[in-house]
Write a protein that binds this ligand. Structure first.
Ligand code: SAM
Length: 349
């Protein structure tokens, strides 16, 4: 039989385990083992990033979405959502505000819009942001596009792209998404992004409805093969106006365990302590850092739209989850021995 601590030490040394060994850790981690892996992962992270946390300004550029993901509050069929799109001036103003505060990465995230007009709009905005702020990185998180559109985003200057695969298991993927979406197209998108030279992020929601430990092992193995530069791991949190509105949220403990597993697999990866984690639990953001995360993404969206980008119940978008709260964010980091790094924070593996 396995011993979890021995497996954790081996993961720290070799950066990989066998499928059964991951399954063992996922199924046999008690509070003591969790504290152990979190500490080992935080040490590995500190040896690479020196207790500095990269900061990204998150601009939620619109909540219009053609998809109907069963978990997501801004899904197409949620008629309670007040839809919005930021225009070019709004986005450039948000970047200007973030730049003045010292931010050097802007993450443009939004619902998935189809069509040439929307893709052209993004291409133009990326080009302008890069012209105005050539020393800043632009990350996009706008969902699935065809290969040519990704290429045009890249040629316009986008540096990074976040697209969680959500779950590698095709049947589980189908249970979370409408029939118009497929796991295979998701994987095609990620392969495109990698090939086009984006620093590519993927990841999962922890505790999404129907997720099993065996599914998570498939996710770990997939991420091990893809070798993404960024790994987004956050708990699923229900949104009342979705088909999963009464489902249980993912757990803090399992999220922290997975953050640590991925840190030990990829010492140089950019791994955020997510807003969902901060929403799930007071102190969640700090707990994520102490489990091996090294990125935070405070909200830089105009205050007037923040409440409209409501992915799940209670989503935090003020205080330390917002750029206005940078001081309190810095204080909360200082309290656990960390500091903010205002650099671009590119992947340097
Ligand atoms: N449309 C883009 C996409 O699909 O990648 C970007 C926006 S999407 C809302 C960003 C991420 O929010 C998703 O990848 C998903 O993991 C997360 N998300 C959506 N609903 C959530 C929920 N109920 N709980 C936790 N995370 C959620």
């Amino acid at each position: 039989m396995y011993n979890a601590k021995i497996l954790i030490d081996r993961l720290a040394a070799d950066h990989t385990l066998a499928a059964d060994e991951y399954l063992y850790i996922l199924s046999n981690t008690d509070a003591q083992t969790l504290a152990y892996i979190n500490n080992v992962a935080a040490e590995v992270c500190a040896s690479v990033f020196h207790k500095s946390i990269y900061i990204r300004g998150l601009i939620e550029i619109g909540n219009v979405c053609r998809n109907d993901c069963l978990y997501c509050g801004i899904r197409h069929s949620n008629s309670h959502v007040e839809r919005y799109r930021l225009n070019r001036d709004d986005i450039l103003a948000a970047c200007g505000e973030g730049y003045a505060l010292g931010l050097r990465t802007f993450v443009l995230q939004g619902g998935e819009e189809g069509g040439k007009a929307s893709d052209d709009f993004i291409t133009g905005v990326v080009r302008e942001v890069k012209e105005l702020y050539p020393d800043a990185a632009v990350t996009l998180s706008l969902g699935e596009k065809d290969t040519d559109t990704y290429r045009r985003f890249r040629e316009a200057g986008a540096d990074r792209y976040l697209l969680r695969h959500e779950t590698f298991n095709a049947a589980h993927y189908s249970s979370l998404h409408p029939a118009s979406m497929s796991r295979d197209n998701r994987l095609r998108c990620l392969a495109d992004l990698k090939r086009l030279g984006f620093q590519t992020g993927t990841g999962i929601m922890v505790g999404s409805p129907g997720q099993t430990a065996a599914h998570i092992v498939e996710d770990i193995l997939f991420i091990g093969r893809l070798r993404p530069e960024m790994i987004g791991i956050g708990p699923f949190i229900p949104h009342r106006d979705t088909p999963f509105g009464t489902c249980r949220a993912g757990s803090l403990e399992q999220t922290l365990l997975l953050l640590s597993i991925f840190r030990l697999m990829f010492p140089h990866a950019l791994i955020p302590s997510t807003t969902a984690l901060a929403t799930l639990s007071p102190g969640g953001r700090e707990a994520g850092i102490l489990a091996g995360a090294n990125v935070v993404m405070p909200n830089l969206s105009p205050a007037s739209v923040r409440r409209k980008y409501n992915l799940y119940n209670g989503k935090a978008c003020t205080g330390s989850e917002s750029v206005e709260g940078l001081k309190s964010l810095e204080e909360s980091f200082r309290a656990i021995g960390y500091k903010i790094d205002f650099g671009r924070g590119d992947y340097a593996g």
